[in-house]
Design a protein around this ligand. Sequence first.
Ligand SMILES: [Zn+2]
Ligand SMILES: [Zn+2]
Ligand SMILES: [Zn+2]
Length: 480
Amino acid sequence: MIGVVTKPHLRNLFFRVSSLTKMRIKLVFVMEGDAPKLKADTMSKRNELRYGPPKKSGAAKAGRSYFKSFLKECLEMLECLGVPWVQAAGEAEAMCAYLNANGYVDGCITNDGDVFLYGAQTVYRNFTMNAKDPYVDCYTMSSIKKKLGYDRESLIGLAVLLGCDYLPKGVPGVGKEQALKLLETLQGQSLLQRFNQWKEQFQCDDTPSLAVKKVTHCSVCRHPGSHKEHERSGCKLCGSVMYCEPHDVEFCCPCEWHHSEQEKKANMVEDNIKKKARSCEDFPFYEVIQEFLVNKNKLSKIMEWQRPNLLTFQTFAFEKMEWTRHYACKKLLALLTHYDMVKRKSGQTDLNQLQAIRIARTRIKNGIPCFEIEWQKPEYYVTEDDQPMESFVVTVEEESLFQAAYADVVAHYKMEKLEVLEKKQKSKKHKLKEKGLSTVDGEIIDLVSQMNLQSSKQDFKLDRYELNYLTKKVPKGRSC
Ligand SMILES: [Zn+2]
Ligand SMILES: [Zn+2]
Ligand SMILES: [Zn+2]
């Protein structure tokens, strides 16, 4: 049926993997594990509030198994594409953060900010896959620390106060501004350390600190005592035996009462939050803090990128997405050429790799110099029924990567071009000679030197791109 996409989640996944791979990003997917008990509790409580007590119907179970089959299909496709995936013990974000924190990957692609609480260092959000104008937001823990002064523990503390997946309400009544103000008063202590201190205070001292009695202050020196007294027998704090030293209204009196007043003012924000925290039975929610701080993930095997499999993908795409075999081959070809080029660039050549026959012409794609390549038709490649049987297939590849992988083909192409040019020049020369004019050999030399310059510049760019490795989690439920 026209206009109906079969299994859009698979289609989306395929095209996302495809465009990110072409941007030279090496993906690792993280498969969500079982939700931590904390989250399950939160979710069932939430559902109970919304929909009443849980019914023992099979609806929830069916939903879950449907979602699981969904994820299973995604993994099946990743395996056809040769993209590695790892299984998270619980939340996918926790595994992403673990891979990132331990240097297995350069960053995490997720829109869930929890990933920083789990220890991620670099997070990419809000991807747009428009090939002409790709866009992504990048956040790093180091810039959060530098610009805002918050570290991972501060963020976990904020999640406790303001709420997170495991604690939807946080500490009721505490707002963002208040919480941020509290962070400013910590003076070297972490927010979590402060919570522990509060907890101890809640448990042991129930008696409020003794209030300091207010005393009369002199209107001239603003110290304790009356002006009359000071006139007669001086002021101790002014160090006089008669009269006292005048001070203006802003003067900071060092007496005990003023000291305690100042402290009260400074602690107002903290006391306010503390009071609210005290009324939460489980504060500071150690289980939530542990969920973020204690890693449950392990990498059991090294993630390796495999060559996309033309045959299994054809079958998969046909059965799951109703793609014709030819369409599947055409779409996968770009990933295959990319895989082989990257391998060859790193010096790994073998006979199973694609054979580039020739460069048909140069092209510019999205502002990037490219070659149109004719490849020997790979094994299992299916051509369209109504098309003549060609022995080659065509793709457009970035000049720089292709040059690094198939240098000989490029050299051959350049030679050919040069020969054509020379021939042209010769016939021109011939004609000019006939007309009695001088030649222009210089043009050829210019062209060659330009070619060399261009390719060395692109090699540098290529190395920089190659450093990119990213993780991406399997898209959750509805977002697929
Ligand atoms: Zn005085
Ligand atoms: Zn005084
Ligand atoms: Zn005073």
